[in-house]
Design a binder for this molecule. Structure first.
Ligand SMILES: NC(=O)c1ccc[n+]([C@@H]2O[C@H](COP(=O)([O-])OP(=O)(O)OC[C@H]3O[C@@H](n4cnc5c(N)ncnc54)[C@H](O)[C@@H]3O)[C@@H](O)[C@H]2O)c1
Length: 389
């Protein structure tokens, strides 16, 4: 398999893990980097021994580059995708695909016209935990999935992100910044969504940065920061959703998936953990082991007879594997198969997220016009940074 040349645009907070991980994939080689702030690109080129730091235009039009990797803030995603595709490159971006449906449609349309691949984070659904959950469900451990929860609620990123203003504008907020991981995880496991119903509010109109570089700066909030809702999957399963940057320390599971015959619970010790990371614990409970079965006849209740079983994760990619979706796309480009973290799924995820906001405004269900195929599962026990021979 050939090594594809990658040009990285956006040398901010998330870029280091991409520079580090791309060095480990034999199919990827970052040969240039760029940023609006050229000193950032120059510093990263030096740090990671990248041959060229240049302007965004020069990078996108460099004939040696096969894939443009877009790590800019969400408000620039569409612009970079479209310029890269126009220049005949394949393009992969950090999440979300775009900040609105119009831009999302333009990206998918241009990629089809130019016959180029589009990929998009999050790729954490390719991590060990979510792939093992997918296998448990595909293998029938919980029977037919009927419901799921997706809860991600904390008090915002301004305590740690060095430059958090973009996280409170259109295209971010808890739904597009964090919900995108939860929507992608559930859609990759349960399949596409038919309709969503949502309520959305902005309970804090201004945020104060408490991370170091911009300590004390005020950020005007330009997006919804507390969203609740219902996801109605095409399969018939129902999801319950809460995404918030407005609440303090809730005691909610991040994701649970309920089947007719049992439940899968993804446990988090880390307050920032969830489907935004690759690894983590999985617990499973069979319906027939439930304490509830003997309840009416056993008062006072017996101590729990059967604990939840912790299920060993049997898939690779449990560390910070950001870029596995890009590695997968490099194989797909060369073999002609579909890529897993695909533009098609990212667009469906985008429409699901937009749908919650539209439903909140109209006070009616939002019916999705897009759909997507479930991405092919990964093989268990793959070593990291390899997907195919
Ligand atoms: N920070 C994280 O932990 C994290 C985690 C997962 C995903 N992400 C995603 O990664 C992306 C970047 O986030 P970040 O936290 O690194 O942001 P950041 O603000 O730290 O970095 C973004 C960089 O992109 C540059 N940039 C912005 N617009 C540009 C343009 N048009 N052309 C060239 N450069 C441009 C900025 O100058 C900046 O250096 C976002 O989409 C975010 O959702 C971030």
């Amino acid at each position: 398999m050939k090594t594809l040349k990658v040009g990285l645009v956006g040398c901010g907070n998330i870029c280091d893990i991409y520079f580090q991980n791309c060095q480990k994939w034999s199919v990827l080689d970052i040969v240039a980097c760029a940023d609006l702030i050229s000193a950032r690109a120059e510093a990263k080129a030096k740090e990671y021994d990248i041959p060229k730091a240049c302007s965004v235009d020069e990078l996108i039009n460099d004939p040696a580059i096969d894939i443009v990797l877009n790590l800019t803030t969400p408000q620039s995603h569409a612009k970079i995708y479209l310029a890269a595709l126009e220049a005949g490159k394949h393009a992969y971006s950090e999440k979300p695909l775009a900040i609105d449906l119009e831009d999302g449609k333009k990206i998918i349309r241009l990629a089809n016209q130019k016959k180029r691949f589009v990929g998009c984070a999050p790729d954490t659904f390719l991590g060990g935990r979510l792939q093992t959950c997918r296998k448990l469900i595909d293998d029938g451990w919980i029977g037919e999935p009927v419901a799921a929860t997706a809860f991600c609620a904390f008090h915002g990123h301004e305590v740690w992100h060095p430059d958090p203003a973009f996280l409170y504008q259109k295209g971010a907020g808890p739904m597009f910044d964090m919900g995108v991981y939860y929507m992608t995880a559930l859609i990759s496991i349960l399949g596409p969504v038919k309709q969503v119903f949502g309520g959305a509010r902005t309970f804090f109109k201004e945020r104060t940065v408490t991370s170091q570089a911009k300590y004390g700066e005020k950020v005007k909030v330009g997006t919804e920061t507390h969203i609740t809702g219902v996801m109605d999957f095409a399969s018939g399963a129902l999801g319950t959703v809460m995404m918030s940057f407005d609440v303090w320390d809730p005691h909610l599971p991040r994701i649970e998936i309920y089947g007719r015959e049992g439940t899968i619970y993804m446990h988090e010790d880390d307050p920032y953990g969830g489907p935004n990371v690759f690894g983590g614990k999985i617990y499973f409970r069979r319906g027939k082991d439930s304490d509830w079965l003997g309840y009416p006849s056993q008062i006072p209740r017996k101590p729990k007879m059967t604990a939840w079983d912790e299920i060993p994760v049997i898939h690779g990619y449990n560390g910070n594997s950001r870029g596995v979706g890009l590695g997968d796309m490099a194989y797909a480009i060369q073999t002609g198969r579909s890529n897993r973290a695909s533009g098609e799924m990212a667009f469906h995820v985008l429409e699901t997220m937009v749908g919650f906001m539209e439903s909140a405004k109209s006070e009616k269900y939002y019916k999705l016009t897009s759909t997507c195929a479930k991405p092919e599962p990964l093989t268990p026990n793959l070593p990291d940074f390899v997907l195919e021979k």
